[in-house]
Write a protein that binds this ligand. Sequence first.
Ligand code: FE
Ligand code: ZN
Length: 256
Amino acid sequence: MPSINVIPVRAFNDNYVWTLVNGSNAAVVDPGDATPVLEYLRANNLTLTAILNTHHHADHVGGNEELLRHFKVPVYGPHDERIASVTRRLREGERFTVDGISIELSVLEIPAHTRTHISFDGAGMLFCGDTLFACGCGRIFEGTPAQMHAALTKLMALPDDTRVYCGHEYTLSNIRFAKAAEPGNLLLAAWETEAAGQRERGEVTLPSTIGREKAANPFVRCDQPGVIATAGKRAGRTLGDAISVLAEIRDWKNNF
Ligand code: FE
Ligand code: ZN
């Protein structure tokens, strides 16, 4: 496996522009803002070789045009005209080699947060934008709870040791919600202590792993008795399937 460093470049309040560095080349995932990316590239004498976009939201694509003024590079993204600068539109199962970085990534279509949201996985890594967060999931803006359930199920099929690079630093607030959604899950207190320490030291709480998400994230645990019970209590009725449970806890989290 090539020696790739994955660097979180911070943008806005809590976005991460995940930057894949190999030698003097760098590729960025979801550059919502070009300024911190250009600063990072300049400070480290790096040349931008590719841009990857998971979905069309401005905090993920807003820096594309400015970066393209400095570097003429391919832009990989979904079939969605709302990202005009994409040069290679990708579908489920397509693979491509990231220019200058020499790793191959595969595409999964994971609509729900937006209707064309995609993820990139390969070399033991997953870049999942705003669909899967550490101990949480994205808001369902353009899809259905069934689509979010399908998207998360698809991601959970990746190997347990896959490193999960999410679009935002939401871990601590997600863990606090998870403790309400599944109070009996003893992993959450330990993770909260760990993440709180990281935040106090100004560190990033990511990447997570697929294995950790399976064990702790209530949104991928909607078939577990503890989550079913709290969701049913909030709904005031028995919820018979994982999609209804997910719908209930997503709504709960929106108002938490
Ligand atoms: Fe976002
Ligand atoms: Zn988004």
